[in-house]
Design a protein around this ligand. Structure first.
Ligand code: GAF
Length: 378
């Protein structure tokens, strides 16, 4: 399926935006903390034609026979459902969150295609949101910055799609740069680009997609967020970002065991992000392995968002010589990453695949990712 086949004419422009891998800093974003993701070389492409009425029409390669449509006069979360909310929600959030005046604007025909795996925790949804957000702000001449667009994307995800997520994924997809990680302070949105230098060090990042599907609109993700908010309130701080590692003994006295462990994950994870940034700058990527492994252990034992498949992926990769490994993204399924020597890629892939077969798990999908440029007009 193509734009031309759905709409009967050629698109005027094409925008694309990447998925992301988070190197370290998990669930810290909605705690006003630090994250260190990078945009990957898997992208969502939005082909767009201009209309002369107020309709937005949306189709995708994944749902060949469906065309969803909504008028700019009817933009409201209750008029959106399914995946098309990722597109309509952006138009709505541009108006609601960024204050864009859409009253004199005309709509678009949009066609979405993507090679970001869906449900793997690699932010296929943020990739749609960010490509579309950049396209709409350009084509409507709204003059919004990429950081403003990240807020728009998060607002749409939270209120149109209904998933209570933070701002990391949209920031990575919009601000990513080739061969670098995005060091983001989620309170101020200050960013620094930190060189990853994998190639120069003979390293690669492998993604091990367990194919255990996760969903953030429901269940565990929301519960973790609520635990963090409870913990911050009990500690008398605006967000867990304001709790230091040295404050943990006080937190332990104040909080019940489960809330304390949730808090300890966030507080130590923020510190690990800062340590990873410093280590990358001072010693390079080969020295960050222990931090990645400690992050995984904290998510497995304290935050309890790992699943046996992710633990097996991490343990097997480490047992076969990975420099470091951890689950990446929101958890409850999805993917792990392993930092590996280029020459070890084949052996580690085979070892993980065999271990999954021996455990009776679904065959994982294993592939290399590179840090790539963020959203752009192609
Ligand atoms: C998901 C969310 F969308 C992000 O905001 C972030 O919280 C992540 O899980 C966990 O670090 O990807």
């Amino acid at each position: 399926m193509t734009f031309q086949q759905v709409y009967g004419y050629e698109p005027a422009v094409q925008y694309s935006a990447p998925g992301r891998v988070n190197l370290i800093g998990e669930h810290t974003d909605y705690n006003d903390g630090y994250v260190l993701p990078f945009a990957i070389d898997r992208r969502t492409v939005a082909s767009i034609g201009q209309r002369d009425d107020r309709l937005i029409r949306v189709a995708s390669a994944f749902e060949p026979d469906a065309v969803h449509e909504l008028s700019l006069d009817d933009l409201a979360p209750e008029n959106m459902d399914g995946w098309s909310a990722y597109v309509f929600g952006i138009a709505w959030a541009l108006r609601e969150q960024a204050g864009a005046d859409l009253s004199g604007k005309t709509g678009f025909d949009v066609f979405i295609d993507s090679d970001v795996p869906v449900g793997a925790g690699l932010s296929s949804s943020a990739a749609i949101e960010c490509g579309v957000a950049l396209a709409f702000t350009d084509l409507w001449d709204l003059g919004l910055s990429r950081k403003q667009l990240a807020r728009v994307g998060q607002y749409s995800e939270n209120h149109a799609v209904g998933a209570p997520t933070g701002i990391m994924d949209q920031s990575a997809s919009l601000l990513g740069e080739q061969d670098a990680v995005v060091f983001l302070d989620c309170r101020t949105l200050d960013t620094a680009v930190v060189e990853l230098a994998l190639e120069a060090n003979g390293l690669e990042v492998l993604v091990i997609d367990t194919r255990v599907e996760h969903a953030h609109a429901t269940g565990g993700y929301k519960a973790r967020r609520e635990s963090c908010e409870r913990g911050a309130a009990a500690m008398g701080v605006p967000a867990l970002r304001d709790v230091a590692v040295e404050d943990l003994p006080r937190a332990e006295e104040l909080l019940d065991d489960e809330t304390f462990r949730r808090v300890r994950h966030i507080v130590t994870e923020d510190q690990r992000v800062l340590d990873t940034v410093r280590t990358l700058r001072e010693q390079g990527p080969r020295a960050i392995g222990e931090l990645l492994v400690a992050s995984h252990a904290s998510m497995r034992d304290d935050f309890e968002i790992s699943v046996p498949e992710l633990d097996l992926a991490v343990e097997t990769a480490m047992a076969h010589g990975a420099v470091g490994a951890r689950m990446t993204g929101g958890g409850f399924g999805g993917a792990a990453i392993a930092l590996v020597d280029r020459e070890a890629r084949g052996a580690i892939t085979d070892a993980v695949t065999s271990a999954f077969a021996a455990a009776g798990y679904r065959e994982p999908t294993v592939f290399t990712v590179h840090a790539a440029q963020g959203a752009r007009r192609d």
